[in-house]
Ligand binder design. Structure first.
Ligand code: EPS
Length: 374
């Protein structure tokens, strides 16, 4: 099983991670991790911090001559803006942020102590681990992509587009949206929000392709793969909702229209012509693409702040204003891919085990031929 912890404050020295449970014998191409870190920094609507940082991974342990050796892997990203000790104190909690509950919970009288760790900068670590997991998953033909489907009420139209088309079009969009018309409208909405001192949320979709049937299990609640993916997605900052396949829409449909009929073909094996379930049935993967949609609320730091209460004087004041993003949905989509990669890698390790990649591959191939012969 994969285990990991992340550490680091937004303006501390670094973002640090230790990952345990990666099989030995995996080639780690650092540039794949750096590419994912770079993607996380992009997206129209990001704040000035992203112009200061240039996130790059340092692999401190667990990798020798470019290969994993089965020991824990430590990953480090240095912060360029690491002025934590000299930053001003904060007393005006932002509605929607961790500020107030965090200060009450840890008995802190400077909200800076809360926001430094509550910041979405922590996701640097998870994107790095996710990239490592992608390298593992690529060995088994698993591919993960994402695209932004809504920002500030503008919704993209991508019905019928293939995975490759979605990937190719969204890669050219400054908001990683696979509909160029919607992409332009989203940018306009972000500009509008910026002008009025406001922020925007939205929806992104993660698609996981090439996953074998039977990851996760119906046998115990904490082995259900959709539950574990949902937990991972919900742990991303500002995420307020998550759904699989047609999600909430399925609640209004009759059973005869909601479910995906089963077909069989000699070379394909069992398959579906529709994917309303989003690739998961009974807490297990069914071999179709896993399709996850996530709703992100608008960033809670507003240049035109909402009202709040000063934690010292208890007087009504305006909320603190920090440097922040106007819209971070494109970045959240990259993070969504990363945390999904971690969960799928974990489920693969749970199913196929493997202290080494060779062992994992042997178990994978044995299972795949069992499914084929079924
Ligand atoms: C972020 C770094 C932060 C914010 C943002 C995400 O940097 P700074 O606070 O120095 O501008 O831009 O964090 C938040 C939205 C938040 O609420 O903390 C990053 O690296 O992703």
């Amino acid at each position: 099983m994969l285990r990991y912890l992340t550490s680091g404050e937004s303006h501390g020295k670094c973002m640090l991670t230790i990952v345990d449970g990666m099989p030995a014998g995996l080639n780690v191409d650092k540039s794949i991790i750096d590419d994912e870190l770079a993607k996380r920094m992009l997206g129209y609507g990001r704040g000035k911090r992203m112009k200061i940082e240039s996130d790059r991974i340092e692999v401190l342990s667990g990798v020798r001559n470019g290969k994993t050796i089965g020991s824990p892997i430590s990953l480090l990203v240095k912060n360029i803006d690491h002025s934590i000790d000299s930053l001003p104190k904060v007393y005006e909690p932002r509605p929607g942020h961790a500020d107030l509950s965090g200060a009450l919970k840890y008995n802190l009288n400077d909200i800076r102590d809360v926001l430094e760790r509550a910041s979405a900068r922590e996701t640097v670590s998870r994107v790095a681990i996710g990239a490592l997991c992608r390298i593992l998953l690529a060995q088994f033909g698993v591919k993960i992509i994402s695209h932004v489907v809504a920002i500030g009420g503008v919704v993209s139209k991508t019905k019928g587009l293939s995975l490759d088309k979605i990937s190719a079009i969204s890669a050219k969009s400054p908001v990683t949206c696979a509909d160029m018309k919607a992409s332009a409208d989203m940018r306009r909405e972000i500009d509008k929000a910026a002008r009025s001192g406001d922020t925007l949320g939205g929806v992104f979709e993660v698609i996981i392709h090439g996953v074998p049937q039977g990851l996760g299990s119906y046998s115990q609640w904490d082995r259900r793969i959709d539950a574990n993916l949902a937990r991972a997605i919900m742990s991303i900052h500002a995420i307020k909702g998550v759904s699989f396949g047609i999600g909430f829409e399925s609640a209004a449909l009759k059973g005869s229209l909601a479910h995906d009929e089963i077909f069989y073909g000699k070379s394909k094996g069992f398959y579906r012509k529709t994917n309303n379930a989003g690739g998961v049935e009974g807490g297990m993967t069914n071999g179709e693409d896993i399709v996850i949609r996530s709703a992100m609320k608008p960033i809670s730091t507003l240049r035109k702040p909402l009202s709040t209460v000063d934690i010292r004087t208890k007087k009504r004041v305006k909320a603190a204003v920090e440097r922040s993003d106007i819209c971070a949905v494109p970045a959240a989509a990259v993070i969504g891919e990363a945390v999904s990669a971690i969960e799928i890698a974990n489920a693969m390790l749970d199913k196929f085990g493997g202290d080494s990649l060779t062992e994992m591959r042997r178990n994978y191939e044995g299972y795949m031929s069992q499914v084929k012969r079924f």
